[in-house]
Structures are given as C-alpha cells and as structure tokens.
Design a binder for this molecule. Structure first.
Ligand SMILES: Cc1cc2nc3c(=O)[nH]c(=O)nc-3n(C[C@H](O)[C@H](O)[C@H](O)COP(=O)(O)O)c2cc1C
Length: 191
C-alpha cells in the first residue's frame, strides 16, 4: 500500500507539526526537584537515547514552560517511561499546576527527583549539559540508575495515544486477536 505525499512550506508550523507527528514516539514524564525543593514534572515525547558509553539520553523543553528555571538550575532529572496503563498521566502532567504531585503516588530517586510508581522503565540522570535548541532547551543527562519491566508502552502518534500492535509470526497468523491488538483500535485524542 502506498500513500501520496503532500509537500508543504517548512515555515508553516501547522504542517511541520503534522509531519513531525508521523514519527511515533513513546511517552515519558520527566521530573526534577528545584534547588528550592519544588517538585516538577511534565509529559514529554522528545526523549531520545544519545550514547551507550558513556550512557547519555536527551529531551527538550520549550523555553516558555513554567518549569524551565527548575530544570535549568537542577543537577538531575528522572525520565519515567509510561506504560499503556498510565495514559491518564499524560494530560495531568501536560497541564500547568502549582503542585502536580499532590494527588499522585510517587517516590524520591536520584538527586531528589520524584519517580512515578509502575512505569515500564526509568532513567535517573545527572545533568550532563544543556544545549540551545531554538525555542527549546535540550537537556542531556548521564544515566546514573536504570530500571525496566515488561509492560506494554504507551505510544504517541499523530496527536493520539495508542498501544502497540505486534506483527504476528507466520505460524501464529490464525491465532485469535491479542489484547494488545484489540486495544490498538482505540486511539484517544490528546486535547
Ligand atoms: C504527548 C505530549 C508530549 C509532550 N512533549 C513535550 C516535550 O517533549 N517538551 C516540552 O517542552 N513539552 C512537551 N509537552 C507539553 C508539556 O507537557 C506541557 O507544556 C507542560 O505543561 C509543561 O510543564 P510545566 O507547565 O510544568 O512547565 C508535551 C505534551 C504532550 C501531551
């Protein structure tokens, strides 16, 4: 199956955003503790791996985010990778609030950063460097602690949250639909 492509002016942020949304990502909640002790956390899909040796990861934060100063002045952050069962966290952590942790179950990890219960993976990082990235700042962290489990990841694609549909091996082609496949038909728009 092929799909015709439309060409658009790169200066049009609507189409640039639409095109970027074709690149499906996982979803994370990135947290920190400001020098004054304020706990911060935001939904972010800009997370990416950088290097295995040394172990580095990155993510980017819009300059106008209320949490910017806290992240800039903190020496650490934690990347909580959300499982499909945690999609309710996305809206919560994407909505500005004085204390996003008031009604959330969390622990405290490396550098005093809040860590969310029940994630499918977590990277606790010391701040390696901060790089200018246009209207965003790029935070590069050195991974100090890593944990992971087996849960299904939450996926963000073209403005919707999804769960993965696994390609079936040929010998299981006649098997009944898996729970994941049934759930994949459900896409929830991000408001
Ligand atoms: C799926 C999704 C992904 C997002 N990814 C990012 C991101 O990578 N960087 C960013 O700055 N904002 C991102 N946002 C928006 C922030 O979560 C939102 O602006 C949040 O309110 C910022 O936190 P703050 O208000 O505590 O500073 C994303 C939102 C959603 C729903």
């Amino acid at each position: 199956m092929s799909y015709p492509l439309g060409a658009y002016n790169v200066a049009d942020p609507v189409h640039l955003r639409q095109a970027l949304g074709r690149f499906a990502t996982g979803v994370t909640v990135i947290t920190t503790r400001s020098p004054g002790g304020k706990l911060e956390g935001l939904t972010a899909n800009s997370f990416s791996s950088v290097s295995l040796d040394p172990p580095l990861v990155l993510w980017s934060l819009q300059r106008r985010a209320p949490s910017l100063e806290s992240f800039k002045n903190s020496g650490a952050f934690a990347v909580n990778v959300l499982g499909a069962h945690q999609h309710h966290y996305c809206k919560h952590f994407a909505t500005p609030a004085p204390d996003k942790f008031q009604s959330i179950s969390y622990g405290i990890g490396f550098g005093g950063c809040p860590i969310l219960d029940d994630c499918i993976a977590r990277f606790e990082c010391s701040m390696h460097s901060v790089v200018e990235g246009g209207d965003h700042l790029i935070f590069i962290g050195r991974v100090e602690n890593v944990v992971y489990g087996d849960g299904e990841p939450l996926i963000f694609s073209a403005g919707s949250f999804c769960v993965p549909t696994r390609f079936q091996k040929p010998d299981s082609a006649n098997d009944t639909q898996t729970t994941g496949q049934k759930a994949a038909t459900h896409r929830e728009r991000c408001s």
